[in-house]
Design a protein around this ligand. Structure first.
Ligand code: ADP
Length: 271
């Protein structure tokens, strides 16, 4: 009987060991698949504006002296290099977040300041084409403790998306209301909306909805994953409410007070 118990214990331990090794190997394989996927997506994203820059530089050299071509090429080169710059900035931002190295400096702010700054930063994009902007801010909004520039960047991200994927004529509504223990900031557009099955995926890094509109628009697929990271670091969240044909509403939920212990948070939670 003792021998039987020993054999059974040995077999049990062996089986547990085999299962653990299998789980570990599977995780390693998933990680290296994710890494390879990441490298290929980043390379692709960087190569696209670089290819355009090379192409326009060659055209500029070939058509030197033709003012029309020169103007067109310089305009395209400026656009493509700023796209590259934005992509690199986003990647650096995202890298700092992933490694938990991004430090958020908390302060107390009136929501008006944050909205004003976000609208100002969004203006250059707005000037390109017409967009009607409708802003409504509840009178009784409490102050929020947050990293102002991170929240402004997040709002600019949502406004730029509402513009890029918006309807015609473009309309964007910003609505700020007080909620129990916090503030809710919604950015609404009149665009073509997002199918329910995509609602979770659009927050994944590098994910872009595979449709004509998204393909026509510049983007890295990193914006919303960064916003989600920022919101989690603030103990808040981002939600989406959208249906095809009915526009989209993205809402940032910010707690009005973060724990007084945390003067700065690193946001090391997974994105
Ligand atoms: P991108 O750089 O591609 O805009 P984001 O992470 O900001 O990256 O968004 C991910 C995807 O979610 C976009 O590619 C787009 O397909 C979809 N999306 C985001 N915002 C909107 C919106 N307001 N309306 C429709 N689709 C949107």
């Amino acid at each position: 009987l003792l021998m039987g118990i020993l054999v059974l214990t040995f077999c049990g331990t062996l089986a547990t060991g085999v299962i653990l090794v299998w789980v570990f190997l599977r995780r390693e394989r998933n990680l290296s698949e994710l890494q390879a996927d990441f490298v290929s997506k980043v390379s692709h994203e960087l190569r696209t504006p670089l290819t355009s820059i090379r192409m326009f530089t060659e055209t500029l050299q070939l058509r030197r002296g033709d003012p029309l071509s020169e103007d067109r090429c310089i305009e395209a080169l400026t656009k493509e290099s700023s796209r590259l710059q934005q992509l690199i900035d986003r990647l650096l931002d995202w890298g700092r977040m992933e490694s938990g190295r991004r430090i958020y400096e908390l302060g107390e702010y009136h929501i008006h300041e944050i909205i004003d700054e976000a609208i100002k930063a969004f203006e250059p994009t707005r000037e390109r084409r017409d967009v009607e902007l409708e802003i409504s801010i509840d009178a009784s909004i409490p102050k929020v403790s947050c990293d102002k520039s991170a929240i402004v960047d997040s709002l600019v991200n949502l406004l730029s998306n509402a513009y890029k994927y918006g309807g015609s004529p473009r309309w964007i509504g910003v609505n700020v209301v007080a909620i129990p223990k916090g503030v809710s900031i919604s950015v609404r557009d009149n665009g073509k909306g997002i199918a329910r099955r995509e609602h979770k995926r659009i927050f994944e890094k590098f994910y872009r909805v595979d449709d004509l509109l998204a393909r026509q628009q510049e983007g890295s697929g990193l914006g919303l994953s960064i916003v989600r990271h920022v919101m989690r670091a603030h103990r808040g969240r981002i939600t989406v409410d959208s249906e095809p044909g009915k526009g989209s509403t993205f809402t940032l939920i910010l707690p009005s007070k973060l724990s007084s212990r945390s003067q700065a948070v690193t946001g090391s939670q997974p994105a």
